[in-house]
Ligand binder design. Structure first.
Ligand SMILES: NC(=O)c1ccc[n+]([C@@H]2O[C@H](COP(=O)([O-])OP(=O)(O)OC[C@H]3O[C@@H](n4cnc5c(N)ncnc54)[C@H](OP(=O)(O)O)[C@@H]3O)[C@@H](O)[C@H]2O)c1
Length: 266
């Protein structure tokens, strides 16, 4: 199936690692011209280089999206070659804190990094989408938005805000040819998550090998019907679908990619 992404211009925020890296590579493999973004220049350039070596088209934008100046710099680079057709708001962080140690400053900072960062890019990139009367705005949300646990309350709330602002944006974009949707991953195996679980394993008695740790961590923390963590490429596949013309009648929705972690009809 041709996803009809050849020649589309895409900006994937936070694509210097993890889910964003997989999304940027997948879009480029489908023929999109991708702007790879991060704060860490070396890692961001390495992802762009890997895309180019695989025959794809990529350029680099560097900036801290928790600041207006950083967002300005990223938008300037991204829009230099014309309007962006596909904006994927993926950049974010999930500092491991709970109710007892997440301070009000942590709550504010996490909102700034995870929510206002996306708003900054929407305000800068979406107006130019109107020039082509076509566009895709995709937020990476998460199952914890609708099924939070006791941990990471400051982070869970930012995921809920991402889901919520997506629906509002879809209403605002009524009749423009531009859609807004959320992809909501469950627990996805990226380097930082693997390190976190491996560090936690001895105290929890999850075992010595990664295979055992993953199986036990899943059962204890995020039980799901598939019985494993997701892979970044599985999130990228959902983003590919929503990015193309085949998803033209899909807006304001949340596409869960979580192995059935979230229970109920959300
Ligand atoms: N992994 C999961 O299980 C999971 C599940 C649900 C949702 N998510 C969401 O998916 C997104 C990506 O997470 P990940 O697991 O792939 O984590 P990751 O590997 O740590 O990637 C985070 C990315 O965000 C960028 N970033 C962080 N703070 C930033 C800031 N202030 N300004 C600009 N860029 C910033 C990082 O760039 P630099 O490193 O270059 O600074 C990096 O590219 C996050 O929004 C997260 O909430 C992840």
């Amino acid at each position: 199936m041709d996803l009809e992404l050849t020649g589309k211009r895409a900006l994937v925020t936070g694509s210097s690692s993890g889910l964003g890296e997989a999304i940027a590579k997948a879009l480029a493999a489908e023929g999109a011209d991708v702007v790879v973004h991060g704060r860490d220049r070396a890692r961001t350039e390495a992802v762009a280089q890997a895309i180019q070596e695989a025959g794809g088209s990529a350029r680099v934008a560097i900036g801290d999206l928790a600041t207006d100046e950083g967002a300005d710099a990223v938008a300037e680079t991204a829009l230099a070659g014309g309007p962006i057709d596909i904006l994927v708001n993926n950049a974010g962080a999930y500092p491991h804190r709970g109710w007892k140690d997440a301070t009000p400053a942590d709550w504010s900072r996490t909102y700034e990094v995870n929510v206002v960062s996306a708003v900054r890019m929407i305000l800068r990139v979406v107006p130019r989408m109107h020039e082509r009367a076509w566009g895709r705005v995709i937020q990476i949300g998460g199952g914890l938005a609708v099924q939070p646990g006791a941990d990471l309350p400051h982070y869970n709330a930012t995921l809920a805000a991402r889901h919520n602002l997506t629906v509002s944006l879809a209403r605002q974009l009524k009749g423009t040819g531009i859609t807004a949707n959320t992809v909501a991953p469950g627990a996805i195996l990226v380097d930082s998550v693997q390190r976190f679980l491996t560090d936690l394993a001895p105290a929890r008695g999850w075992g010595e090998t990664w295979e055992l740790i993953e199986r036990n961590a899943i059962e204890e923390l995020v039980p799901n019907d598939v019985g494993r963590m997701g892979r970044p490429e599985e999130i990228a596949a959902a983003v590919l679908y929503l990015s193309g013309p085949h998803a033209g009648y899909v807006t304001g929705t949340t596409l869960r990619v979580d192995g059935g972690t979230v229970r109920g009809v959300h």
